[in-house]
Design a protein around this ligand. Structure first.
Ligand SMILES: NC(=O)C1=CN([C@@H]2O[C@H](COP(=O)(O)OP(=O)(O)OC[C@H]3O[C@@H](n4cnc5c(N)ncnc54)[C@H](O)[C@@H]3O)[C@@H](O)[C@H]2O)C=CC1
Ligand SMILES: Cc1ncc(C=O)c(C(=O)O)c1O
Length: 311
């Protein structure tokens, strides 16, 4: 296989599948997007049209020959494929069942990359016939706009596959970040540390949701989008970090479970955009408007970040 696979298959066409498929297709791959649910495929076809429009407005070259086809026929989706990207729900048993089903239908040389948010690759590979072919390929949401992918080998992943996946990621102009295996990987460990503290601050009534969003967006997000946390410490001074972390770290939230108020919202059917209510409430048309605002903002920020030095 040259760097980019000629044919790739994405398994699972929910939130992540269409953007992943579109990104590979834009780089020139023939992509088959498969889902067990015909309704999910119908939604994915509509989502793909939107994603394609978004990619047109991002400054990245479009290679000729790429395409995405959609379907619920697994054998058709797998015919001659070189790379499978699994993006089914975050449940270990389901993913293991999907891998068993895939392995029964493909040759030993086909790569299986999993978009798990953080289940250890070694655990997922335990039930596989060829564990050397499984590797973590963690995209960030929305996958067609966040140009970074975490590459996570498990204990049995072949070292050739690690090099190969890094080249594949570079071939569609994304930044690969190679990591050692740890639950949650790097991005979600950092994100979930932030979210844990944020949810505790809300639960204790220290700040409103609007205030929290403004504080984190401008005070942390804006800054960290230009300067990473390591360089930020140099900018602030390691002595300051010592002085503050010395009294603050012991005061930070250390809970090990999901906050009760989040569990209550889920029990009441409040999941966020997908149910028109979650942390905020949304009236008719509000979710579509917010999605558009977020995408427009991400496109503008990405263009700006691409045009300034990488500090
Ligand atoms: N939503 C997010 O922000 C991110 C999610 N991820 C991870 O990506 C994976 C997928 O997440 P989402 O796209 O959000 O999930 P989702 O729930 O939106 O979509 C999953 C899709 O998989 C399909 N599916 C279920 N069982 C299947 C099977 N046996 N074969 C084929 N398709 C099947 C469902 O019909 C659904 O369309 C998860 O592991 C998640 O943790 C990773 C990065 C970000
Ligand atoms: C809340 C949350 N959880 C997991 C992920 C990715 O695995 C994301 C994301 O990519 O944005 C997220 O927001």
């Amino acid at each position: 296989m040259s760097s980019l696979p000629t044919i790739a298959t994405v398994i699972g066409s929910g939130t992540m599948g269409p953007g992943i498929a579109a990104t590979l297709a834009r780089a020139g791959a023939t992509v088959r997007l498969y889902d067990i649910s015909p309704d999910a495929i119908a939604r994915a076809e509509a989502a793909y049209d939107v994603v394609r429009g978004v990619l047109e407005s991002v400054d990245s070259p479009s290679a000729p020959g790429g395409s995405v086809s959609f379907g619920t026929d697994l054998d058709a989706a797998l015919a001659d494929t070189e790379l499978i990207i699994e993006a089914v729900p975050e449940k270990l048993e389901l993913k293991q069942k999907v891998f068993a089903d895939l392995e029964a239908r493909i040759g030993d040389d086909v790569i299986i990359a999993t978009n798990t948010s953080g289940i250890p690759i070694t655990t997922m590979a335990e039930s596989m016939t060829v564990p050397a072919r499984l590797i973590g390929m963690h995209w960030s949401n929305p996958p067609h706009l966040i140009p970074m992918i975490e590459v996570i080998p498990g204990e049995k992943t072949s070292s050739e596959l690690v090099d190969q996946l890094i080249e594949i990621v570079k071939a569609f102009n994304y930044v690969p970040v190679l990591e050692k295996e740890i639950p949650g990987f790097v991005e979600n460990r950092v994100l979930y540390a932030i979210l844990r503290e944020c949810m505790a601050l809300l639960e204790e009534g220290i700040v409103t949701p609007e205030g929290l969003d403004a504080c984190v967006k401008w005070g942390i997000g804006y800054k960290l989008s230009v300067v990473g946390p390591t360089r930020l410490l140099d900018m602030a001074g390691l002595d300051i970090y010592q002085a503050v972390s010395g009294y603050l770290n012991k005061d930070l939230d250390a809970s090990t479970d999901t906050p009760q108020f989040i569990k209550d919202k889920i029990a009441a059917g409040q999941l966020g955009f997908k149910t028109n209510g979650g942390m905020y409430e949304y009236g008719d048309g509000d979710v579509d408007a917010k999605r558009k605002e977020i995408i427009t903002g991400l496109i503008a920020a990405r263009k700006t970040l691409a045009s300034i030095p990488n500090v």
